[in-house]
Design a protein around this ligand. Sequence first.
Ligand code: BG6
Length: 519
Amino acid sequence: MPNPVPCAIVIFGASGDLAQLKLIPAVYELCREKLVSDKFVLVGYARSKEKKDGTPLTDDQYRKDCYDAIKKHARRQPIDESVWKRMEKNIYYVSGAYDSAEDHARLATKLKELDKSHETGGNRLFYISTPPEVFEGIITRLGERLKSKADTSSGFERIIIEKPFGRDLQTAKHLNAVLHQYFEEQQVFRIDHYLGKETVQNLLVMRFANSIFEPIWNYKYIDHVQITVSETLSADDRAGYYDKSGATRDMIQNHMFQLMALVAMEPPAALDSISIRDEKVKVYKSVRQMEARLTDTHAIRGQYGPGQYKDKTGMKPTPGYTKARGVAPGSRTETFSAIKLFIDNWRWSGMPFYLRTGKCLPEKLSEIVVRFRSPPLTLFQKKSDAVYPNDLVIRVQPEEGISWRLNAKVPGGQMAIKSVALDFLYKTTFKAEPPEAYERLLYDSLLGDQTLFIRGDEAEAAWQVIDPIEEAWAKSSTPPQQYAPNTWGPKAAMDLIELDGRRWLHSSADDEPIVACSL
Ligand code: BG6
């Protein structure tokens, strides 16, 4: 694998959850694999001058925080202390306001010093991992400095932006305009961590490195596609962010649309960032706009009520979403969303894509099921029994892998058919846990490879699909439907698919019964 060049990685929002849980452990794992240059520095930037207990936030204190984060959250445990020893001396902390020109000037001076002491070559990777309210301030301050720099040949400046990229088309356009005022699109890395997941990348390999799929990958052979991203945890502790977002903006507009686009896109002209992203944009542009009159049946929103949900440590009570601290009284923010979409192009004409996601559901699961049509002749069927159709199940998490459900004869004298699964599991086939999404994405941004990042027009095209749904919901007199925690969402979400004669599927569901057939 290519070795990234020297670089200073600056994390805005250095003490936030994402930095502690994912980013710092990811940098450590990259150091462990020698996938960052020895000449790198990690600079944490945040508002805090001191910790909650009053300890001043110095370089040393920040190093200690990073160590704790790695000890707790690194993918491979126990951690390798010799790697930490190498990494530790490259970590620094700068405190400052996010939109203060003065504080950004201090940061710039610090980075110049580090260029000298660590030979980072003037290369900068700015990672914006803050609440969205301060994105614009940070981008503007970074941009102003960049513009006033006489010589830009002294290194690259790249900017990684966390989601949410806007909350609708208008705000996404505005954010793109702010970025493009100062940065070229090649410098902008809009992150969607689902694209860093191994199975998601494998979708491209599965579709375009195997010849068996292409002839049947269309509405003629596929009955429908369904995508489930379910979570057991509640949104009770994240109301500040979540209440302004909701399940559709938080998960469908980005992560789930990426999954849908990779399933639905046409073969790209080449495996490069331009060609792949061009094809994804075409998918979003072909999605049929949701008519307001259809939202009651095609776009179902739900809200969990009081009850018990599954936490990492066992069952935990929730007062219900609207009663959680920080949630606006009478909030209509949805914690569950199920949507039926159509991609009006040559390949997918008339064939539905069903998407559902939610908090406080019974399982943590991200899965795509491609259900094929039943055989044209029901040779093996008794009058009323159905032979289970073929499914291709792409499991993004947990137990990353792919399985094919086929029908096989049960051994014995009678003609009985059972649906069986041919399973490919990453961990047994490759005897390795796939790297964390953030490791891959950080590495790619250090190399300057944008393939697994969202292009500006792509983010806008995805909002163009979501906006009519959100607008119809905002005007609707029907509030989100309540569902009990630890269930699969409101009844209307079942109706959404069941009234079409289909049902939600997931690989951990009970096996289909053996179907006895008479010839
Ligand atoms: C984030 C959402 O982008 O993705 C969270 O903001 C969600 O609400 C998370 O919990 C899910 O990510 P993963 O990788 O655990 O499926």
